[in-house]
Design a binder for this molecule. Sequence first.
Ligand SMILES: [Ca+2]
Ligand SMILES: [Ca+2]
Length: 346
Amino acid sequence: MRFCRGRAARVSRVALAALAAALLTLAAPAAGLSPAPLGRWITAPGPGRAPAVRIWGGDTQSAEFLAYAPEFTGGVYIAGGEFDGEPGSEIVTGPDAGGGPHVRVFGINGTPRFEFMAYAPSFTGGVRVAAGDVDGDGSQEIIVGPGPGGGPHVRVLRTDGSPVVEFMAFDPKFTGGVFVAAGDFDFDGTSEIVVAAGAGGGPHVRIFRVTCNGGGCHAAETASFYAYDPSFRGGVHVAVQTFQSGRHVVTGAGAGGAPHVRVFTAGGVPTGLQFLAFAPEFRGGVMVSVGAGGAGDILTGAGPGGGPHVRTFGSDGLSAAYGFYAYEPTFAGGVRVTVGGYPPPT
Ligand SMILES: [Ca+2]
Ligand SMILES: [Ca+2]
């Protein structure tokens, strides 16, 4: 893999040391303060459970639907998106490892809307999903990244499964999988694509801008950085959120590290916003999403090994958090999070 060395590593170590004083406060149990959600929190389970996507208003479950057959217990990835121009956003799902590359799009009430195979049907490594208007035509596309086992082949697909653009996010020989997110960092009306290496690679995050002309679309890197210490091999989860200081990349450490959430500019510079989403000794990793409470709100889900704990962090990650269990507390497969119910940032 190709890495940016130097600055990110030094910043990461310094930042980790600086975190120590704040950890106990931030990792304390939720204070019970609930922001008034502009949208809804949406959760999906990791491996080990029926693939029930749940929609939450505050910490109250308002709906549930099965994204795949009930006997598929490999886990589900999710993203909120807007695909039909009607009020109310849709939910994109991709199966985790063990399923085929079957991406589905549901209405907020669970009505199936679109579906297609994101990769060759024989690929069973899982599909990570995001949504954004990558080509600037006013409609969102679905961005997919493969789970472990395939090359780092990121694709941008319309709801009928037709490709807009595709590219290798990292060295083609890297088979640890790719996590994806999308957001319009430069506010020009088209979404850039954020990719992050899965487990086994370094904590490498890259941002790609897609440009389209008569010859088709192509993706070019605009930023590349390490989200954590270069020696970390647990993978990096990514999201894009708007803060008072701009639109930034939110990262969550994969399994093996502390549940460390960090925020970087579109150029890969740490903003200084960071926190531990769960207890510092938890090593299951942390999933991240834009929150439902407005600018700076971050939604986090615990990785495997703990309960299916979802926590929200208010503006700029440092205000009081609210938490709940999205599935039965004994379920230890991890929980994936996103938001919907209103057009998310593009
Ligand atoms: Ca589009
Ligand atoms: Ca843009």
